[in-house]
Design a protein around this ligand. Structure first.
Ligand code: ADP
Ligand code: MG
Length: 327
């Protein structure tokens, strides 16, 4: 389900990487765990152990041909975005890359706590408090803020692509899966039909220009799901879901919202706005009262620690080195 303005498609992709792509055998260097960590349409992710160090990683196996089409340029782009995002603590780290005749293998930091999707289902093991959710959402937006400052849109933000670093409630968030991400260009507008039904923004459905605001819509959907364990727009068919999105058919009157704060609802309402230009930016989100509350005492590697949220990311590197928080 993807339609792109093919003539321009490549101007939205990085075309080279700094990481050298190894042609030596991945299997000589790593022991592969038999169980999958996850599986998408064109990728399988499996746990593996580096033989010489005993360290554990996650290997993402990407097919170089998809539906008869060469997808190597897209994989090169995915690698380049991960390289660019290296300084951001809320985006998965890339360790090294291997290439075989038919696939490219990304060796990624292993993220042990699973998808935040597991917190978005009614039968979840552990219910997170709104305070804990605030903390996770702030980290997600810090990651997205970093991307947007660098003119990257993720375009596939959903609870399956946001992972938890550990297994306790003070765990951190890591954004993964840059397979649909794009770099924005000042001269041509990106219009593409892609993404995942429940999370897709109205401008994508209308084939209107995509911008950083497109990710903010998805953040609104994710917050709604974390707080209520329900998807805001889901209908009984794909058509009905799309209609719900394009009419902003969303409500907060359900029982599951009775214990949710007014600030949280107000926050979601700033993100689920039909016109992308009227939607909050990542910077606006970080200064919203809902994300200003509690738990700012220690930073947990927060990229904005030490500075006021919403301040330019040019402060980012400075701040990071200045921070002596050992949490
Ligand atoms: P796809 O493009 O196929 O969706 P993803 O990069 O999203 O590929 O990976 C698929 C799934 O694998 C994720 O939803 C997640 O559950 C798991 N996964 C991905 N990367 C990691 C990682 N670094 N550590 C642990 N699990 C991961
Ligand atoms: Mg994915």
């Amino acid at each position: 389900r993807r339609r792109s303005n093919s003539k321009n498609a490549h101007s939205f992709l990085f075309d080279s990487t700094q990481t050298s792509i190894k042609t030596a055998s991945f299997y000589d260097a790593y022991l592969l765990d038999p169980t999958d960590l996850g599986r998408g349409k064109f990728a399988v992710v499996r746990k593996c152990t580096e033989k010489c160090t005993g360290r554990v990683y996650a290997a993402k196996f990407l097919k170089k041909r998809r539906r008869g089409k060469d997808s190597r340029p897209e994989i090169i782009h995915e690698i380049a975005v991960l390289e660019l995002a290296k300084p951001c603590p809320h985006i998965v780290d890339l360790y090294e890359v291997y290439e075989t005749g038919h696939e490219i293998i990304l060796v990624l930091e292993y993220i042990a706590g699973g998808e935040i999707f597991n917190l978005c289902v009614p039968e979840r093991d552990e219910a997170f408090s709104e305070n804990q959710i605030v903390r996770l959402v702030r980290q997600i937006i810090e990651g997205v803020y970093f991307l947007h400052q660098n003119n990257i849109v993720h375009l596939d933000l959903k609870p399956q692509n946001i992972l938890l670093s550990g297994v306790d409630s003070a765990e951190d968030v890591k954004i993964v899966d840059f397979g649909l991400s794009r770099k924005l260009s000042e001269t041509i507008a990106l219009r593409e039909i892609m993404g995942t039904t429940d999370y897709v923004a109205p401008e994508i459905l209308n084939y209107e220009p995509i911008s950083t605001s497109t990710d903010i819509w998805s953040i609104g959907v994710i917050c709604y799901m974390l707080l209520s364990c329900e998807a805001p727009f889901v209908g009984t068919s794909v058509q009905e879901t799309y209609l719900n999105i394009s009419q902003l058919n969303v409500d907060f009157s359900d029982d599951s919202f009775t214990s949710v704060s007014q600030e949280a609802i107000d926050f979601i309402k700033c993100t689920l706005v039909l016109n992308p230009r009227d939607r909050a930016t990542a910077g606006d989100c970080l200064s919203h009262p809902w994300l200003q509350q509690a738990e700012i005492s220690h930073c947990h590697g927060s990229i904005l620690c030490g500075i006021q949220s919403g301040q330019a990311a040019t402060n980012y590197k400075k701040t990071k080195t200045r921070c002596d928080c050992n949490q």
